[in-house]
Design a protein. Sequence first.
Length: 172
Amino acid sequence: MNKSKFDARSISIIGLLMALEIILTRFVSIETPFVRIGFGFLPVAIIAMLYGPWIAGVAAAITDFMGIILFPKTALFFPGFTLSAFLGGVIYGLVLYKKPKTLGRVILAVVLVAVIVNLGLNTWWLTILLDKAAYVIFPARVIQNLVLAPINVALLYFVLQNKTLRKATGIQ
């Protein structure tokens, strides 16, 4: 990757990945009031690997906000979810940026995001928004994360091992 994180190529890549995240989150996901199954994490994880935790966190937060502004009928704006998006990007960056892209690191990143962000913070935000007790929401969210975590690990690891993508983006 170039020494400058903010050259035209980098900004273009970040912008394209942010747009892809909006599409994957808003249109290619299955949502219920308690659970969302989607693949919007992939572009955020790629931004984190390429540009680091803070850029990934900011990009994820901006993307969350832009997604709500552009498509307000798919979800309500709640700042807690924007904070969760930021923290997810930061976690992926802390675990994967400028580090070997091993299966163990991918598992660690996915598990940390699942536990801290998905099961922790997002469950708390849902209890506030939906005025439901956590014990009502939590079991479905645990099952969701237990099912999706291995899928997310496999997808992210597959993306990291793709030679064409690695060459095009400069992932080490």
